[in-house]
Design a protein around this ligand. Structure first.
Ligand code: SF4
Length: 431
């Protein structure tokens, strides 16, 4: 990889599948974005891209179809709105995620996500890492999302303004999925940043590119990895929680309703996002959230009815419900991603047309390659494009693995190497 492409990655830019085009990812701590920032992203997509925005499972927004000559101006336009992409791709601490936006304690999680975002984003001590480094916060362990992070923080207590977290580390998906392990229980907030710094220092010192932290857990074993972390100089430090007013944009729900607007495959047009931002200004204190299912959510003002507002927004935007009540996560696949082995959005349309009523009540995820960006191992039904094989005419066709998650860990493979016809047949009557 050239130095320039490596620098582009640190600025949150990937080369797109289509020659001459680039994707810009925008970091949104805990998936929270102001309506003004959303409008800025929509304006960039309309002016410099092809007017589309992709919502990711990690709460980021991506703008595709950018030209290289425009990248510097795109960065300036995003910076004007207080947005950054630094470290959104490449070997850096990626966007801080939170899949618990709907819980009572979310403002505390959002505050910590913003603090971690401020501390690690653009910090040269934690850039040019062997590979990506993902941090995620959760209110509890039910979703299993803490198991797939390099550092997963699960809130253990939140009393009297003091919160503490269980720290899980060295998880990850990809070709060799590995669930994270519990490093420490009930760590107070003042120790969180020093411990993550110690983990990052060990990772940078011992992991060869392009390996993730999970490689060290496999190579060294959990006990040695823990011992290396504990002997780092910064490990025992304490950094007091930020005093004074907090900067979370979402406040306690206090009985207010949350509106979730389903966005098929996380695809929005600039016009749709602008319309949603206007509704957030009027009905939701000017704040939006990108959910871990690639939908858009907002916490409505007191007295505003979520069903009425969702119906209105669906009429205004044309974002219809597609009938998968627990989510259908879909990555860009070969539509835009260089790694994609199949046209994921086309496949998702087929699933919507073919899957029966029982199956539609499950959570689904479709990934265009083994990188598993939609986390198929955490869905009730996960479809991963595992490889391509050539048929008799030399035509390449995708082969799919299917995962089912039936307990609290990662899903297990139940089908291997299916053709698309076999895949649809296998899933049509799933329950
Ligand atoms: S799963 Fe693969 S194809 Fe899909 S976005 Fe990630 S890298 Fe691209």
């Amino acid at each position: 990889m050239s130095a320039q492409l490596s620098d582009y990655r640190l600025d949150g830019i990937y080369v797109q599948r289509q020659s001459g085009f680039f994707m810009q990812r925008v970091k949104l701590p805990a998936g929270v974005v102001s309506a003004g920032q959303a409008r800025a992203i929509a304006a960039v997509a309309a002016h410099f891209g092809q007017g589309t925005i992709h919502l990711t499972t990690r709460g980021s927004m991506e703008i595709h179809w950018l030209k290289e000559d425009d990248l510097a101006q795109v960065k300036r336009e995003l910076a004007k709105a207080g947005l950054t992409s630094r470290g959104a791709c490449g070997g850096a601490v990626r966007g801080i995620t939170c899949g618990s936006q709907g819980v009572q304690g979310f403002p505390v999680l959002e505050s910590l996500a913003r603090r971690l975002h401020r501390h690690f984003t653009g910090n040269p001590r934690f850039e040019r890492l062997p590979k990506k480094f993902k941090i995620g916060l959760e209110a509890d362990s039910a979703s299993g999302r803490h198991l797939i992070q390099d550092v997963g923080l699960v809130m253990a207590k939140n009393e009297g303004g003091q919160s503490c977290y269980d720290i899980w580390i060295a998880g990850g998906l990809g070709r060799e999925p590995r669930p994270g392990f519990l490093l420490f229980k009930q760590v107070t907030e003042e120790r969180i940043i020093p411990i993550i710094e110690a983990i990052l220092t060990v990772y940078a010192a011992h992991a060869p590119p392009p390996k993730r932290l999970k490689f060290l857990a496999s190579e060294f074993g959990e006990a040695k990895l823990r011992q290396l972390i504990e002997t780092e100089d910064c490990f025992g430090d304490k950094i007091p929680p930020v005093s004074g007013l907090t900067d979370n944009l979402i406040t306690e729900a206090d009985g207010r309703q949350r509106l979730e607007l389903p966005v098929f495959a996380g695809r929005l047009t600039a016009e749709q996002l602008t319309t949603i931002a206007a509704a957030a200004d009027t009905y939701a204190d000017g704040v939006l959230m990108v959910t871990s299912d690639q939908d858009i959510a907002m916490l409505l003002l007191a007295g505003v009815d979520a069903v009425v507002q969702r119906n209105t927004l669906q009429l205004l935007t044309g974002l219809a419900s597609y009938g998968f009540t627990n989510g259908l996560r879909v990555c860009p696949g070969s539509h835009e991603c260089r790694m994609g082995l199949t046209a994921t959005i086309d496949l998702a349309h087929e699933l919507v047309a073919q899957i029966g009523a029982q199956g539609r009540k499950l959570s689904w995820a479709v990934s265009g390659c083994s990188n598993s960006c939609t986390q198929p191992q955490l869905a009730d039904v996960g479809i991963m494009t595992a490889r391509q094989s050539a048929d008799e005419d030399g035509q390449k066709t995708a082969r799919f693995d299917v995962y089912r998650r039936i307990d609290t860990g990662l899903g297990q493979k139940v089908h291997i190497g299916l053709t698309k016809t076999e895949l649809i047949e296998a899933l049509q009557s799933i329950e």
